[in-house]
Design a protein around this ligand. Structure first.
Ligand code: AMP
Length: 285
């Protein structure tokens, strides 16, 4: 497995592959603090890379690890975000990544240089979900994803369904900018108690984790209610008072704006367990 730390090393790798720029292949963007959910994305990335036929002119599965400051809307969240590069490299290697791109901030955002800020698609500004509760978040996500796409030039990029609105935002941004990159979604991995795996789960006390289990329960309960407003009320009932709920809604799965009539929807929840913000989602009917 190759570990690339700088833009200069990236250029060398492109030259080694016989390319003018970028390394191609399948990109799995992450912020590190990797867990089994990320490892599943990397394994899927490896399969997709084999389908593409890597070898000459193309890297295989490339994992990027970069805690992107511009997508955090609270400095405290950015500062306490776990950084575990040595363990992350082991997970990438075990999951079969060919390359890890783990740049410093100066390579992603060169001082004095201006980094492209792509126009935000509607799904990043209109739904009133993450866009409302984390102002500026998707501007940062689009900025870093576009920068990684420009630097690495992937053929395919894999994103988790865990961050459903992000998946729709990146898909729309890629489509609207006519980038020749296929976006592949990967299902959410869960712990045996059904809590969605997340790098932030390590901050939960035993009592907070117990309270957080209401989130997957509420998503499951919503599925058995075929009327969207009733499904939302059901989720709030199940969520109870142990969490501070920001939203618990049923929306069209792609635009995330309107409630679906009876199918093709997604149930989405954001809630705080103590000082830790959790998000999760699941199919609706
Ligand atoms: P992160 O570094 O955690 O922000 O996420 C990196 C990628 O992993 C994103 O595409 C996430 O949606 C995805 N991801 C995070 N948690 C999970 C999970 N539990 N299952 C599947 N994918 C996940």
């Amino acid at each position: 497995m190759r570990v690339i730390r700088t833009e200069a090393e990236l250029r060398e790798e492109a030259a080694r592959l016989g390319r003018a720029a970028g390394v191609g292949g399948v990109l799995v963007p992450t912020m590190g603090a990797l867990h089994a959910g990320h490892a599943a994305l990397v394994r899927r990335g490896g399969e997709l890379a084999r389908e593409l036929g890597h070898g000459s002119l193309r890297a295989g599965c490339v994992v990027s690890i970069f805690v992107n400051p511009t997508q955090f809307n609270q400095a405290s969240d950015y500062n306490r975000y776990p950084r575990t590069l040595d363990a992350d490299l082991e997970i990438c290697e075990a999951a079969g990544a060919e390359t890890v791109f783990a740049p410093e901030e100066r390579d992603v955002y060169p001082s004095g240089g201006s980094v492209e800020v792509p126009p935000l698609p509607e799904v990043a500004t209109e739904p009133g979900l993450e866009d409302r509760f984390r102002p500026g978040h998707f501007a940062g996500v689009c900025q870093v994803v576009m920068r990684l796409f420009r630097l690495l030039g992937p053929d395919v990029a894999v994103f988790g369904e865990k961050d459903w609105q992000q998946l729709q935002v990146v898909s729309a941004m890629t489509r609207e900018a006519s980038l020749p990159i296929r976006i592949v979604a990967h299902p959410t991995l869960r712990d045996p108690d059904r809590l969605a795996m997340s790098s932030r789960n390590r901050f939960l006390s035993a009592a907070e984790r117990e309270a957080a289990l209401a989130i997957p329960r509420a998503l499951a309960a919503a599925r058995s209610v075929s009327n969207a407003p009733q499904a939302e009320r059901r989720m709030l009932d199940v969520l109870g008072t142990g969490l501070r709920v920001e939203y618990a809604v049923v929306r069209d799965a792609v635009s995330l704006r309107d409630r679906p009539a009876s199918s093709g929807g997604r149930a989405l929840i954001a809630a705080w367990a103590g000082g830790t913000r959790l998000i999760d989602n699941g199919p609706w009917t």
